[in-house]
Design a binder for this molecule. Structure first.
Ligand SMILES: Cc1cc2nc3c(=O)[nH]c(=O)nc-3n(C[C@H](O)[C@H](O)[C@H](O)COP(=O)(O)OP(=O)(O)OC[C@H]3O[C@@H](n4cnc5c(N)ncnc54)[C@H](O)[C@@H]3O)c2cc1C
Length: 514
């Protein structure tokens, strides 16, 4: 699977979907970007040469393991990104040298970020990049992984049919995988809004205010940047006829004009699968779970002074745009019961948490009586003692009791950390200065614009300026890609069979690279 190096790194990862061989082909032009971009905890890089018969034989073995971890139908998503690099392609020579590749295929293991700009020289024992010394068949590679992760993955594992030991939501670290789902839920929410043409004079201001909230506080950088772009061009995109179609790669203007084509978190999202919010069957959890996580992750990020605006915007957004009738009505009733305006983040965060628990409590009874619950994710009053023991004033208290004596300070601390830093802990992006400028500028405007019907001019300007900076960086990168004159054609290095060593398994050969 060869990918245009100019394509975005997420596109690279997405392109593996529906491919029989799900290992991701990387080369020197996209190696760092793809490994930086993945949210998987670990990566494996196979260095091979396309002329090497041992590598050709090994391909199907590697693919059997990649099926478990890569792609939309991964049985165990978000854990390992499995990639390969063709060292016989001359553009990759330096990259392969960095890893001291002496024979093909050679496999290396590390957290993805350790591959970026890194290497392996065989001398540094403390290096986090580690050669996989025994991965010559699919069974042996998986055994190596299982030993390393203390896991029990099996080549026969099928989606939904086995336990997902690494994706158990009662494990606190799993929230780090939810960034994927927050992006997914955001994209789906906006796709629904655009496809169902839900923007009208009554709903327009709510949408704009929610987007302003996202520009400032969405946990995913790509959603913040894209929301800012859309907000800055909202009127043009909405009417669409004012823009040349080529600018946004669209030929026609259906639905809400070009807005629907613009991808609120980028063109690659929604990807069509869930990670943290994945149910044990296809029709449970997913979008509504992702939407809750989005709301909670926004709530912990707002400033004290924004809390009342964030509350009303959240209530209006759910009321006007969540197409589950029962959900939006119930939620709005809970909103309507609030009589005193919020003056702090803490109040808003705890209100949303309590509202969610009220829904959990109601659904628990309904789902138990109708037997519609997801057996692996029954509704509970949350957080459980296991997730947050200090949230319970009295640890001897039954966590299933209807009136738990919460320690609200601890609950707030827990929520702030869980939906704050823990949620983005896998997301290695670093907010750069431009984002900060944009966030500050927009936050100010959000505060001032609780009744705005249009994007405030100042916010639009700030957003546009910041967007231009991103645009300039993107242009610079693209022009550098264009200026690369050519990629040399891959040349066969050696006639492998003469250099080959028999593998003791009798299945494979190993080709020497030098
Ligand atoms: C605004 C809103 C209102 C809804 N109202 C209804 C309704 O009236 N009727 C209906 O049938 N469905 C409703 N739903 C859907 C329902 O709440 C669940 O989202 C759905 O049943 C899937 O449940 P889940 O097991 O994935 O967990 P969800 O309830 O979706 O929760 C997602 C994750 O959030 C965390 N979480 C759970 N409780 C809390 C809490 N109190 N505070 C913070 N984090 C928590 C957990 O990690 C959980 O896995 C609503 C959804 C939303 C977004």
């Amino acid at each position: 699977l060869l990918i245009n190096p100019a394509a975005g790194s997420r596109l690279i990862l997405r392109a593996i979907e529906n491919q029989p061989d799900l290992a991701v082909d990387l080369n020197v032009t996209n190696f760092d970007a793809a490994l930086k971009d993945t949210l998987a905890n670990y990566a494996i890089v196979e260095f091979f040469a396309h002329w090497c018969p041992a590598c050709r034989n090994y391909r199907s073995q590697y693919a059997k393991v990649a099926r478990l971890f890569n792609g939309a139908n991964a049985v165990h998503p978000g854990i390992i990104l499995m990639t390969r690099v063709d060292c016989a392609n001359k553009i990759n020579t330096k990259l392969c040298d960095q890893f001291s590749v002496s024979h093909y295929p050679s496999l290396y293991w590390a957290p993805p970020s350790k591959f970026v700009g890194g290497g392996w020289d065989g001398k540094n024992e403390k290096s986090e990049v580690q050669p996989i010394d025994d991965g010559r068949t699919a069974d042996r590679l998986l055994k190596w992984i299982n030993t390393k992760l203390e896991s029990s993955y099996n080549l026969e594992d099928e989606k939904y049919e086995k336990d997902h030991p690494h994706l158990n939501v009662s494990d606190i670290g799993q929230i780090a995988h939810a960034v994927y789902d927050v992006e997914e839920a955001t994209s789906i929410a906006f796709d629904i809004i655009f496809e169902h043409k839900m923007i009208n004079p009554d709903t327009r201001s709510t949408l704009i205010k929610f987007m302003q909230l996202m520009v400032s506080h969405h946990p995913s950088r790509r959603c913040r940047v894209r929301s800012a772009d859309i907000l800055a061009n909202f009127d043009d995109l909405y009417t669409s006829t004012k823009l040349p179609a080529s600018k946004y790669e669209s030929e026609n203007s259906t639905g809400h004009g070009l807005l629907g084509k613009f991808g609120i978190c980028g063109k690659e999202v929604p990807r069509g699968y869930w990670t943290f919010c994945r149910g044990s069957t296809n029709d449970t959890r997913g979008f509504s779970c992702g939407l809750w996580v989005l709301l909670h992750s926004l709530s912990v990020r707002v400033e004290d002074g924004e809390s009342q605006m964030a509350f009303t915007t959240t209530c209006d957004f759910i009321h006007q745009f969540f197409i589950c009738e029962e959900c939006r009505q119930h939620f709005y009733n809970m909103c309507s019961r609030v009589s005193t305006p919020f003056s702090s983040t803490r109040e808003f965060v705890l209100w949303l948490w309590a509202a969610h628990n009220e829904v959990n409590k109601r659904l628990k009874n309904t789902e138990e009586s109708l037997k519609t619950s997801d057996p692996k994710f029954p509704k509970t009053i949350w957080p459980t003692k296991r997730l947050c023991p200090t949230c319970y004033s009295n640890l001897n208290q039954n966590e299933k009791s209807s009136s738990i004596d919460w320690d609200h300070d601890e609950v707030f601390k827990f929520l702030s950390s869980y939906y704050g830093s823990m949620l983005v802990s896998l997301n290695k992006e670093k907010d750069n200065k431009q984002i900060q400028i944009k966030r500050n500028a927009v936050s100010e405007q959000v505060l001032q614009s609780t009744n705005a019907f249009v994007v405030p001019a100042g916010a639009a300007l700030a957003i546009a300026v910041a967007s231009c900076l991103f645009g300039a960086l993107a242009c610079f990168w693209r022009s550098r890609q264009k200026n690369r004159k050519y990629f040399p054609k891959p040349q066969p290095l050696k006639d492998c069979p003469e250099e080959a060593e028999a593998d003791e398994t009798g299945i494979l050969l190993v080709c020497k690279s030098k």
